[in-house]
Design a protein. Structure first.
Lengths: 394, 307, 345
């Protein structure tokens, strides 16, 4: 054998050896939960909040959920459906995950959920609730803890309707959740639509859209621009002088705690509709908010609340089957029962495994201490499900 | 009509940002013959440094000066360590080496500043609106960007055509060995030119920061457009970069603003948005392909420059 | 190289640089059972990706390494092949196409059309681009690739920017494509076939013209060869190869997205060619393996070495590594393994 061939053999051997490394790190006893979430890009803080709240729930039980030891694997999808798919393939095939959770954005959800369901594993979403899986394509192993996408914006539409606006200019990014958003808003807002724009997901410069709003001169503006998109748009909205002329009624993700903090006074007066707010006065929520602020030094967003509720839901089901994931039917039934203290107050699943819950109106204002807060002002919808539950035949 | 004029102004603003980036890129390309994919990383450096310095000191001016210095320094360092070894290499090697640099810079930025975007407010002096066109209140800050860009363009023109340094630059572009033989330290000249290009890129980053968020990878998206500008304008020609930048900036903005609306006459809103956005992004490349097929050297090819 | 060596018949080349490729082939053949023994069946899926990207990289090497055509838009043909497969499979399952496209022979028409679509795209783009040279060629190929990328994002009916899920992999007679291991061997077989084809091309008179044109275009033209036509043919064949790789990629992930056509994807394929060894045909496969394995295991290595916090920042090492290979690693990995003379065909 020549020298160069020997070197070739050695190199090949090293390469193969390196690729077998992970064989060393295998622990099968704990229940493996694969969390694929968005930790980078302008939507990164959403996934960070879900992850941190989930970790907090696990830490409260010393590495367990519902008394069962769990192994949480966290990966960043970077808001790319293709990457999310690869990560989930690894979770399912290499890590033998029983539960996949964490997906924030609906375009990733649509690409990722089918793989999980086809493998017969559980998919529990702390945030994304696309209409794709809420109706005919509902699945017994598919659960959403936050809301069905449309209903989030139906609440805003109902609130805008309650406030009596004649017409509205609406915008959202062009991806599944954005399309659900405008559909949902229009379902409950009975006024005219002065203009309807789909922006690009991740877009930063809204000069063109603002120019069109100026030309349309609507009574109000509704938008669904989660994460950094919301910050970018609002900054440019204020800079363009719209705050004085055109009020905003937005969906909750467009005015979350982080966006509000980044905008400061520019956020004052903006209204939104949400299923959760940090000022909800029930024991579970107070403990959660205090615990989160103590652990992470920041006020939790709704994403954190949803992540926490997801962890608690999984804990309640794990407790019911004592960590034995082979008892799939029992686990499924326990999930459906949802016997846990949700931080948003009551919690119940509808027929299509999406929540049925109350929706509240919020407004950003200064409190007695002069701080900018998002204050709950009233209830907009009660025990509201979603428009697709009837089509789900489970 | 006012909508159209407002969009034209937006287009000029984008064009000016592209010009600042393209000017540096085309000089480096024309004079040193190096394709530098990592140019966008210098833009990002300017934006990040300005954000952190402004946020910690509270002074926009301090942030800007620190950012320009940092960008120029990063550029000089990049040139000394990597670019210098690429002068004699073919374009493929330059592309790949600078591609590797992009990976490095993005990762470094995410270590230093994290993966979440930074949000900066426009400086208080430049906040507010002004009615430059009757009926349209246009943000002062965007106008300031256009003004700065125009000033830099003028400065560059004077520098290149009327100054000794500019003469050396033009000479170096056409007859590198000759300039060296005449006793000019060509290596120092190259480093200076590269650092100057980096400074311009940093300035573009400084100005863009308050408008949009500052995040890892922000250089790549604008880099591709910058290359299109350089190629349309003609490699090595600052005049070409200016023309190309304005063409690209205005075309991209106008098509992006009006095409979805036009498509909405025939398609449902979501489809119109998706198709419109895709086609609008394509428009710039179609323009570039058309220009190249008509004038293979670009609009204002610098005479004798290497391609 | 002596004149006699230049006109050596193809089969004689086997003697010289056959050791490394044969070893590599044996290793790849043995991978599934080895992975099973090691308790890591997921490796089969990882290596299938390597085979698919290796195929794309080999097709690029044909025009890049041998032809000297620096195309920065190769991912476009990869993506066209993938999307063709995706769209055809999507429609086949919706019932819009004849049963042939969805039945047990589905791979034949679907992959065949994918190859054809990619080849056609390459022919059209090549016809327009090959008239230019140098940096303009690089830029115009990039421009066309970006155009196709944005076109893909605007395909609302096929998911647009969010991508398109394939209902299932295309059936191949006699092979269970839904299982990891049979699909792996199918990809391996196709890669080997394509490598053999490229070897034949490169060692033939056609290949000699292409290689000669890379070294000195004027001389080849003076010798009477229509260089442009030869290059266009080469470009088209490379495009077809990338298209096949794309169809396989679409099948492997049962998913296509515009990211496949992005210029950074082209950059990655180029990096694979360079890392592995330009102008060697086998090198790019090594390069694909190195690139993909590094991206999967460098984070784990960092963690094992104690740099847990740096785990996600593996590109901090990978970037400079690429720079070093470009600056000093003439011949890439293949040159390292098989000796200098085997590379730079």
């Amino acid at each position: 054998m020549s020298f160069s061939s020997a070197r070739g053999l050695l190199a090949a051997g090293l390469l193969l050896g390196a690729s077998l490394l992970p064989a060393a790190a295998v622990a099968q006893q704990p229940v493996t939960i694969g969390m694929v979430t968005t930790l980078s890009t302008s939507g990164g803080y959403l996934g960070q909040d879900v992850r941190d709240a989930f970790l907090m729930a696990i830490a409260e039980e010393d590495g367990k959920l519902g008394g069962v030891p769990v192994r949480l694997l966290v990966e960043d999808d970077g808001l790319k459906p293709a990457d999310g798919r690869q990560i989930v393939e690894r979770f399912l095939k290499r890590d033998n995950a029983d539960i996949v959770t964490g997906v924030i954005f609906s375009n990733v959800a649509v690409a990722v959920a089918p793989s999980v369901l086809a493998a017969g594993k559980f998919y529990i979403s702390p945030n994304a609730g696309p209409s794709d899986f809420a109706g005919e394509k509902c699945d017994p192993n598919y659960f959403v803890v936050s809301w069905q996408n449309d209903s989030l914006h139906e609440a805003a539409g109902a609130y805008a309707q309650e406030l009596g606006y004649g017409n509205a200019f609406i915008l959202a990014p062009n991806y599944p959740a954005g399309r659900d958003a405008l559909t949902g808003f229009k379902r409950f807002f009975k006024g005219n639509i002065a203009g309807e724009i789909y922006t690009k997901l991740g877009q930063k410069d809204y000069a063109a859209e603002l120019a069109q709003i100026r030309a349309a001169n609507p009574d109000m503006v509704f938008h669904f621009l989660p994460g950094g998109m919301g910050i970018d748009f609002m900054k440019q909205y204020v800079a363009g002088g719209f705050r004085e002329t055109t009020p905003l009624v937005v969906s909750a993700p467009s005015m979350d705690t982080r966006i509000m903090g980044a905008l400061g006074d520019a956020a004052l007066g903006v209204r939104s509709a949400s299923h959760w707010n940090s000022d909800f006065d029930n024991p579970a929520n107070r403990a959660f908010v205090e615990g989160f602020e103590a652990a992470y030094g920041r006020t939790p967003t709704a994403y954190a609340a949803q992540g926490y509720d997801t962890a608690k839901l999984i804990a309640s089901a794990l407790r019911a089957v004592d960590g034995d994931m082979s008892r799939q039917a029992d686990f499924r039934a326990a999930l459906k029962r949802a016997e846990f203290d949700a931080v948003r107050g009551g919690f119940a699943f509808g027929a299509n495994n999406h929540p049925v819950q109350d929706w509240y109106s919020l407004v950003v204002e200064k409190n007695a201490a002069g701080e900018t807060v998002n204050r709950t002002t009233g209830k907009v919808l009660e025990k509201h499900g979603d428009a697709y539950a009837a089509q789900c035949r489970m | 009509m006012t909508l159209f004029l407002e969009q034209v102004l937006n287009g000029l603003q984008l064009g000016v940002t592209l010009f600042l980036l393209a000017a540096g890129l085309t000089l480096v390309f024309g004079i040193m013959g190096v394709i530098n994919l990592a140019h966008g990383a210098l833009y990002m450096t300017g934006a990040f440094v300005m954000s952190s310095v402004t946020m910690s000191t509270g002074s926009f001016l301090a942030g800007m000066l620190a950012a320009l210095a940092a960008a120029a320094a990063a550029g000089a360092l990049m040139e000394l360590v990597v670019i210098r070894r690429l002068y004699r290499r073919d374009h493929l090697d330059q592309v790949l080496a600078t591609f590797g640099l992009i990976l490095f810079f993005n990762e470094l930025a995410s270590i230093l500043w994290g993966r979440s975007p930074l949000y900066l407010n426009t400086p208080p002096l430049l906040q507010g609106l002004v009615e430059i066109i009757p009926g349209v209140a246009y943000p002062v800050y965007r106008l300031a960007i256009v003004a700065v860009g125009a000033a830099v363009a003028l400065l560059l023109y004077v520098l290149i055509t009327r100054s000794r340094l500019g003469m050396l630059i033009r000479a170096g572009a056409t007859h590198r060995e000759m300039v060296g033989a005449l006793g000019v330290d060509i290596r120092l000249l190259y480093t200076l030119v590269f650092a100057f290009g980096a400074l311009l890129a940093g300035l573009a980053g400084v100005m863009a920061g308050p408008l949009t968020s500052v995040e890892v990878g922000m250089g790549e998206s604008i880099l591709i457009l910058t290359f299109v500008v350089v190629v349309i304008g003609g490699v090595g020609s600052v005049r070409g970069a200016f023309a190309g930048a304005l063409i690209v900036g205005v075309t991209d903005t106008l098509v992006r603003a009006f095409l979805p609306g036009l498509l909405r006459l025939a398609l449902p809103p979501a489809s119109a948005a998706g198709v419109g956005s895709g086609l609008a992004s394509m428009s710039v490349y179609i323009v570039m392909a058309a220009v190249l097929l008509w004038r293979p050297g670009g609009l204002f090819p610098a005479k004798g420059s290497r391609a | 190289m002596t004149p006699a060596a230049v006109f050596r018949p193809a089969w004689a080349a086997w003697r010289r640089d056959s050791a490394v490729p044969l070893l590599g082939a044996l290793l790849l053949l043995a991978l599934p059972p080895l992975a099973g023994l090691a308790g890591e069946p997921f490796l089969v899926s990882s290596f299938t990706r390597i085979l698919v990207y290796g195929l794309a990289a080999v097709s690029l090497d044909l025009i890049l390494g041998y032809g000297g055509m620096v195309s920065f838009g190769h991912a476009a043909f990869f993506g066209v092949g993938a999307y063709a497969a995706g769209m055809l499979t999507h429609h086949a399952w919706q019932g819009d196409l004849p049963a042939l496209f969805g039945g047990p022979l589905a791979a034949l028409p679907v992959w065949g059309l994918a190859i054809l679509a990619a080849a056609l795209t390459a022919a059209v783009i090549g016809a327009m681009s090959l008239r230019t040279g140098g940096v303009y060629f690089i830029m115009i190929t990039l421009a066309f690739a970006q155009m196709l990328f944005f076109l893909a994002t605007s395909l609302e009916g096929y998911g647009g920017a969010d991508g398109l899920l394939l209902p299932a992999r295309n059936a191949v007679p006699g092979i269970d494509v839904t299982a990891d291991i049979p699909f792996y061997y199918l990809c391996l077989g196709l890669l080997v076939l394509f490598l053999l084809l490229c070897r034949r091309i490169v060692d033939s008179r056609f290949g000699l013209v292409i290689r000669g044109a890379r070294q000195n275009r004027r001389r080849m033209t003076a010798l009477g060869y229509p260089v442009w036509r030869y290059r266009l043919a080469c470009f088209t064949i490379a495009g077809a190869g990338a298209g096949l790789a794309g169809a396989l990629a679409a099948n492997h992930a049962t998913y296509v997205s515009p990211d496949l056509l992005h210029w950074s994807s082209s950059g990655e394929i180029m990096a694979m060619v360079i890392l592995g060894g330009m102008g060697t045909l086998y090198g790019p496969v090594l390069g694909a393996a190195a690139f993909l394995l590094l991206s999967e295991f460098l984070p784990l290595l960092l963690e094992a070495a104690g740099f847990t916090g740096m785990k996600e920042h593996w590109r901090l090492l990978f970037g400079p590594l690429l720079v070093l290979v470009v600056l000093y690693g003439r011949g890439g990995l293949y040159g390292l393994l098989a000796g200098r003379r085997a590379s730079r065909g």
